[in-house]
Design a protein around this ligand. Sequence first.
Ligand SMILES: O=c1nc2n(C[C@H](O)[C@H](O)[C@H](O)CO)c3cc(O)ccc3cc-2c(=O)[nH]1
Ligand SMILES: C[C@H]1O[C@@H](n2cnc3c(N)ncnc32)[C@H](O)[C@@H]1O
Ligand code: SF4
Length: 323
Amino acid sequence: MSRTITFSRNVFLPLTNVCANACGYCSFKASVADGCVMPETEVLATLRRGAEFGCTEALFTFGERPENEPGFRRYIEAAGYPDILSYCEAMSRAALELGMLPHTNAGILTYEELERLRCVNASMGLMLETTADIPAHRHSPGKDPAVRIEMMADAGKLKIPFTTGLLLGIGETASDREESLAVIRDLHKRYGHIQEVIIQNFCPKEGTEMSGVPGASQEIIADTIRLAAEILPQDISLQIPPNLADAARLLPLGVTDLGGVSPVTIDYINPEHPWPALDALAEIAAGYELRERLCVYPQYCNPEWISPELLPLVERLAKRVYG
Ligand SMILES: O=c1nc2n(C[C@H](O)[C@H](O)[C@H](O)CO)c3cc(O)ccc3cc-2c(=O)[nH]1
Ligand SMILES: C[C@H]1O[C@@H](n2cnc3c(N)ncnc32)[C@H](O)[C@@H]1O
Ligand code: SF4
């Protein structure tokens, strides 16, 4: 029997580009200015299109702690919300009404903020990036590994199905990558909430501090996948983004998932890398059984992990998608 490779059909909703961090590799972050909050009409139109295209996941990924940036408040209030978290909550409910499951990666959130979003999200995420102290993070207090590890522990205490991962080629060493994977393994041993680990390769962006740094090499990506397959327990899915890495060559090394792929929206973090169309995805996974999944893995589709407000929809979709 051939091995199964999964993917999630999603729509990507970058609610704001404004961010209190300034990572040396990021071209997503933008200043406070007109257009810095995605209008509700656009969010709703995108959600509706997602539903039409059979998407099951609404991916809310945006800048961390935008309220810390001077002037941002005015824009979020003009949009009709006191803060970005309330906006995300409301748009999550809109996604649920259309039959899609929200997954939010908003950067660092407090325990209370996680608890609030848990009520309306099927899963959440935060990339560990790396446990190393690197120059690319010197203007990003939220990328302090201790802060990120603490938030992941909070998500574990709250029983939130969780996605994390490593960003490769941002100034870390091979032993840093090994340490980062061990940290994720230990969090999962303690709380059992890590459903998937993304091995994401840095892609240089024009106009950023790291524009001249070459992207993570195929060799480093391959070595890290082998290492992850060795260090992480079998019940954690290993994800690579098919628009950034040579997925076909990496699948045999232990990759089990191709992440969120959208028939409707672009990858706002890596806009120069279009998603493969769904038939191209099948080609990448030739020789494997390619299957759709939800943003919450089967072992978490139960009341222990899912809040009552979402449970009926999660159960209905799980029956359809997981059988
Ligand atoms: O389209 C993207 N999806 C990203 N995703 C979403 C991911 O592809 C899927 O949405 C998850 O597998 C959940 O189904 C992330 C999710 C996280 O929780 C943390 C980081 C990422 C990073 C990306 C990304 O760069 N691009
Ligand atoms: C959502 C995730 O996107 C990743 N991210 C941010 N910038 C880049 C880049 N230039 N190349 C690849 N991934 C990036 C980070 O890992 C972040 O956590
Ligand atoms: S990667 Fe995330 S935290 Fe870093 S600057 Fe970009 S938006 Fe902000």
